[in-house]
Design a protein around this ligand. Structure first.
Ligand SMILES: Nc1nc2c(c(=O)[nH]1)N[C@H]1C(S)=C(S)[C@@H](COP(=O)(O)O)O[C@H]1N2
Ligand SMILES: [Mo]
Length: 887
């Protein structure tokens, strides 16, 4: 790439050109005309440069947003939400995007937000402060006003593409750690702002500075969003990296970085930091969490497991992605488009978009009708060239001076006319693009853990149905069903490299190269029942709860008694979409049982209405006296953590206000949810807090951290919690559980009341927490005469959790408490029991005869092996299942 920047003299000349174009685009009534894309109907007649399409800024806050932190932000209802309701990650329907033409209106421009949108009041915009710091001679702290007044303004068109564009295709082949973009994670706008190099030159980079780190104002679970690019690139005028404050001639919209963002042409969208607050020059790439764990293409051999186990894959800068890969997609024929054959025109115009990376121009776009044996050349329209050709001018208060620029920052549109007779004779259409360095899109998918930069040939299938042709795209975005990939997969076809699901030449297709993760079928075969929102809502009560997983409706009523988590885990999901929780918590066996309870599929409106469940407190509502809500996730921030042993921590969370109590009945537990900040995948586990029910303002949870070892992978949740910085929030929901201790021997099991005179409490390791909660309740009430025998098994003395507290209660309540500790690795001077909790120990120390029938109960919580052994032994000793409760 040769770099011919304008000279000072030329620049002066540019500034002298007064011809400012009107800031509002001319009206157009051809919005539905899909052909305007290649005719550029919205060009200014005298200049022949494409101007933005008509815009209709949204004015209404949409219902789904009302319960999120973005509840102040109007958005366009046409956008397809890819990650439930919140955060806002959306693409436009592909046809709508293409119909917009070369430039996309801000309301349809794709959005990728990792968290909530920082809010800035219009009157504060000029005072928006940001810094240039780190390895510079002249650190700068300036306001947006300074940036506008002191620096030369430029306007040029730039295409942004999320690295995840087309990821759904990867997810169909094998689930990646990323959500499902269709092919519309790409958009183009005219950005106005300052060339980033101009600013950095003023700050005078020090020798040794090599990277430009950027940080946004959006605070996320792992810190502020941030990333870096190379200083060399920023200083290269041909690369065009800018700090933008306007988009298509208007102030940036909140979702796109209002009031200031970086725009990095030719690179993945993730480098274009929005809501920009800091620019830091360094000698190393950014150490921001999102720079390291996002926007990478790991080697295809690295599985999600492997990548989670070994941080070395993420630390390797070679796998970080910057320049986009060459890519293209077909917009027309659209997905599910039908082309009548009777009286059809002779030719059909196939068309779509293509883009290159790093400023490289797409130099050819080719279409194949025979699976890549032969290719025909499509016409390419580079609307960006109109700006180059039109010469220097002013637009939206910035200089358009593109004629010297050798690089391409934008997508192009291609089209080709194909005889309908030929379409009728083939089964598919492919597009591939090539750039000026002869980088060509591959036939085969390069699957990787994050599913990024997906760019194999884009295939649209054609099937002939009587007198018309039906077209199918590979996938539909998000959880939307449809597309040939899904169809082929369901039919057992092979989607691995080199195949599109068919058996080629009659041979058996070989085993897939990338093994698709096993998926359990959770739907009833042949069931064809659609369910509306209203029908679902009728079943959002406790008596006949229906719930939704992956858009399918299940009737939980027959399983209320049998559910191991207690009826409330089902009733709390009544009428709701519980996909995340369900998928995160349940085993393949549990998933396999689901088809028995499957009663139908949500209709499309219902799916749209229901897709998320991140209920946020309404800030205007009076704060509730109790924290937990059984039907929605509530946030509490991690306030402090303390170590009680090398692997056990007490995490303290701050509730919503100082007077608030947790709201957890004795014997019940709550769910904790952490989300993987990149993939939004939920980790959910249940815990019993150790803090007292009456405690105000805070809650404490004791968690044993299962660290990864050489032999074994540790605990996902406990390690994630250990890594969570103080001040970050965690989601809670509850109470859940089938047992509730009301006091003085009274308790309920699955809502049925019973009276207990004596508890046998059996626990191991961190299984003490629910036991401790009940034990403490009995001990603290002097009127409660219920007897408790606690059999607590551990490996070493140090492993016994809450020992001081237990001993203290027992000492003060000798008449009702008996504590038995047993160790499997007891020291020589150990006074307590030895060995694991199993038949011999139980028979000796929990003799059935000492517990009278009917009013005794066993509470058990511990590792699976312990629970099994104890269960077996207790049955042999004459206990009945009805008298045992497993937490
Ligand atoms: N501060 C901040 N900047 C950000 C992000 C973010 O979540 N926070 N997302 C990035 C990603 S991954 C992309 S693809 C682009 C999307 O820009 P857009 O939402 O304006 O289309 O913004 C990037 N900049
Ligand atoms: Mo992105």
């Amino acid at each position: 790439m040769s770099t011919v920047a304008p000279t000072q003299e030329e620049k002066k000349q540019l500034r002298r050109i007064p011809a400012d174009l009107p800031p509002t685009p001319p009206d157009s009534d051809s919005n539905s005309d899909s052909d305007k894309a290649e005719t550029d109907s919205q060009t200014s007649p005298e200049a022949d440069i494409p101007l933005p399409p008509p815009t209709a800024p949204p004015t209404k806050v949409l219902d789904p947003d009302k319960k999120t932190p973005d509840n102040w932000l109007p958005r366009d209802p046409r956008l397809i939400r890819l990650t439930g309701v919140h955060p806002f990650n959306v693409e436009a329907p592909l046809s709508d995007l293409y119909n917009e033409g070369f430039l996309t209106s801000p309301e349809l421009f794709y959005v990728r937000n990792h968290g909530h949108v920082p809010q800035v009041r219009d009157e504060d915009i000029p005072d928006w402060e940001f810094t240039v710091e780190g390895m510079v001679e002249q650190p700068l702290k300036l306001t947006l006003r300074d940036l506008l007044e002191q620096y030369e303004q430029h306007t040029y068109p730039i295409t942004l593409v999320c690295a995840g564009n087309r990821r759904k295709e990867q997810n169909v082949v094998r689930k990646t750690k990323g959500f499902s973009w269709g092919a519309a994670g790409v958009s183009t706008a005219l950005f106005t702002g300052v060339v980033m190099g101009d600013l950095l030159r003023k700050a005078k980079p020090k020798r040794g500075a090599r990277y430009v780190c950027m940080e946004g104002a959006d605070k996320l679970p792992n810190g502020y969003y941030g990333t870096s690019v190379k200083l060399n690139w920023v200083m290269d005028p041909n690369r065009g990296m800018m700090l933008a404050h306007m988009m298509n001639g208007e102030m940036l919209r909140p979702d796109h970085g209002k009031p200031l963002r970086a725009v990095i042409p030719g690179q993945i969208g993730g480098r274009s930091v929005k809501w920009l607050k800091r620019i830091i020059l360094t000698n190393e790439p950014s150490d921001n969490w999102y720079h390291i764990y996002d926007n990478r293409v790991l080697p295809t051999s690295v599985s999600p497991e492997e990548s989670a186990n070994d941080p070395k894959w993420w630390m390797d800068e070679r796998y970080a992605i910057y320049d986009l890969s060459t890519n293209s997609a077909i917009a027309y024929p659209a997905h599910e488009e039908q082309l009548g054959l009777v009286g059809a025109p002779e030719k059909y115009r196939v068309k779509g978009y293509a883009y290159g990376g790093g400023g490289r121009r797409v130099t050819r776009a080719e279409v194949s009708l025979d699976k890549g044996k032969t290719w025909r050349l499509a016409k390419i329209d580079y609307a960006e060239d109109r700006y180059r050709e039109s010469g220097p001018r002013q637009l939206y208060g910035g200089t358009v001076d593109m004629e010297w620029r050798e690089s391409s920052f934008c997508w192009c549109f291609w089209n080709i006319d194909i005889p309908v007779s030929e379409l009728a004779e083939t089964s598919d259409l492919f597009i591939r693009a090539m750039d000026e360095s002869m980088n060509i899109q591959p036939r085969d998918m390069y699957w990787s853990v994050l599913g990024m930069m997906n760019n194999p040939w884009y295939r649209v299938t054609i099937s002939r149905e009587n007198d018309y042709l039906r077209f199918e795209h590979p996938t539909q975005p998000a959880l939307m069903p449809g597309g040939w990939m899904e169809r082929v997969k369901k039919a057992g076809g092979n989607l691995s490299n080199g195949y599109w699901g068919e058996k080629i030449g009659g041979e058996e297709a070989p085993e897939p190269v990338t093994e698709a993760a096993k998926e359990v079928v959770m739907t009833k075969d042949g069931l064809n029942q659609t369910i509306t929102v209203d029908e679902l809502r009728k079943h959002d009560k406790e008596d006949a709860p229906w719930f939704v997983v992956n858009g399918e409706v299940y009737d939980g009523t027959p399983f209320l008694q049998g559910h191991p988590g207690g009826a409330s885990s089902i009733t709390s999901a009544a009428g709701l979409d519980s996909t995340d929780e369900f998928m995160a918590i349940h085993s393949e066996t549990a998933k396999g049982m689901m088809k028995d309870y499957h009663i139908g599929s949500l209709d499309e409106d219902a799916r749209a209405a229901l897709c998320g469940e991140d209920v946020q407190p309404d800030p205007s509502a009076t704060p509730s006296p109790v924290f937990l809500e059984p039907r929605s996730w509530k946030k509490a921030t991690l306030h402090s953590k303390s170590s009680v042993s090398w692997d056990t921590r007490v995490f303290t969370y701050k509730l919503e206000h100082d007077e608030q109590t947790l709201g957890l009945p004795t014997g019940q537990h709550l769910m904790i949810r952490l989300r993987d900040p990149v993939t939004r995948e939920a980790i959910i586990r249940s815990y019993t807090p150790t803090s007292e029910a009456s405690k105000k303002g805070y809650m404490e949870v004791l968690i044993k951290v299962y660290f990864d070892t050489k032999e074994r992978k540790g605990g996902k949740m406990s390690q994630a919690m250990e890594a969570l910085p103080i001040g970050h929030f965690v989601d809670f929901k509850g109470p859940i559980g089938k047992f509730n201790y009301l006091g003085r021997g009274r308790c309920t099991v699955n809502g049925k009341e019973r009276n207990v005179k004596k508890f046998l409490m059996i626990c191991g390791g961190s299984g003490i927490t629910p036991i401790y909660q009940v034990f403490r309740a009995v001990m603290q009430d002097s009127e409660d005469s219920t007897k408790c025998v606690v059999l607590n098994g551990n490996r070493l003395i140090e492993d016994i959790l809450c020992k001081n507290e237990l001993d203290g209660f027992a000492k003060d309540n000798e008449e009702k408490a008996k504590l038995l500790y047993t160790l499997t690795q007891a020291p020589d001077d150990w006074q307590g029991l030895k060995g694991r909790i199993a038949a011999p120990l139980l028979k000796e120390h929990a003799d059935r005869a000492s517990f009278s029938d009917g009013d005794a109960m066993v509470l058990i919580c511990g590792p699976e092996a312990l629970e099994k052994a104890a269960h077996q032994a207790l049955l042999e000793m004459g206990w009945k299942d009805d008298d045992m409760l497993f937490f």
